[in-house]
Design a protein around this ligand. Structure first.
Ligand SMILES: [Zn+2]
Length: 257
């Protein structure tokens, strides 16, 4: 058994937390400590009242999340925000969050795991951000319709609805790019075209990305922000729990998006 701080240090080393750039609100690493040894871990995509209540219900001592406690910016600890914090502290539950360090990880990362789930093998990066490439890309020779169906199975498993831009019957995906979560924007569409990518698989994106895609003959599969980010945090929890000889449980709290 280990203390939350020592588990966080192991996670930070695994995920290279100090080296991976991110948005300030991500605040990657240990976000809330505790005074008790961690005997079981819970994982969730989002820090929320639902996942905090579920972590308490199952008796977890540490909650690992992808979108952390400060994801929606600085907020006063009043109302539901106060209740979450008070409940976590009174139950001695620590919180650890990892956003882009988890997206980019070569073994437990959201992007690599989504590629594997869809039967795709990454050979290059995709979705440049500062010093890193958040996503992955690679060659394929696969019917786009079958790729869509593979993605749809994941989306519906986690309570979402897949959206895909129009493509011709018999369209074949020869080069793909994946960026989980809010992966479609003007920059990633431009980058996809530069890299010769014909099929982009993302979590979500604004409407104009679908218009741009259609204009340039690019297919974008919007497989759900939540669904595409369930894979990494779950794998991270399983990995650290097996190293520590303890249990990890994934708390499924779909947002519909
Ligand atoms: Zn996300």
């Amino acid at each position: 058994m280990a203390h939350a701080q020592s588990i966080a240090a192991r996670l930070d080393a695994l995920l290279r937390t100090a080296e991976i750039p991110d948005y300030p609100a991500a605040l990657n690493g240990l976000q809330l400590t505790s005074r008790r040894d961690v005997r079981s871990i819970a994982t969730a995509v989002d820090f929320s009242s639902v996942t905090v209540d579920e972590a308490i219900r199952i008796g977890a001592d540490m909650l690992l999340v992808h979108h952390g406690m400060f994801w929606s910016g600085a907020q006063p600890f009043v109302g539901a925000s106060y209740d979450r914090l008070a409940n976590l502290i009174s139950h001695e539950i620590a919180v650890y969050s990892s956003h882009l360090p988890l997206d980019v990880h070569p073994e437990v990362g959201n992007n690599v795991l989504l590629a594997r789930r869809l039967g795709l093998t990454p050979t290059a990066g995709f979705a440049r951000y500062k010093t890193i490439e958040v996503g992955v890309s690679g060659p394929a020779d696969m019917s786009t319709a079958s790729l869509v169906e593979g993605a749809r199975a994941l989306t519906t498993e986690f309570g979402g609805s897949l959206v895909v831009t129009p493509f011709a019957a018999g369209h074949v995906t020869r080069r793909w790019g994946i960026c989980t979560g809010a992966g479609a924007d003007t920059d990633t569409v431009r980058e996809a075209l530069e890299r010769g990518i014909d099929t982009m698989i993302v979590g979500e994106g604004p409407h104009h990305t679908a218009v741009q895609a259609r204009d340039h003959g690019l297919v974008i599969i919007y497989a759900g922000h939540y669904a595409t980010e369930t894979l990494g945090i779950r794998a991270l929890g399983d990995r650290i729990a097996s190293e520590l000889g303890i249990e990890s449980r994934f708390l499924d709290a779909p947002t519909g998006l």
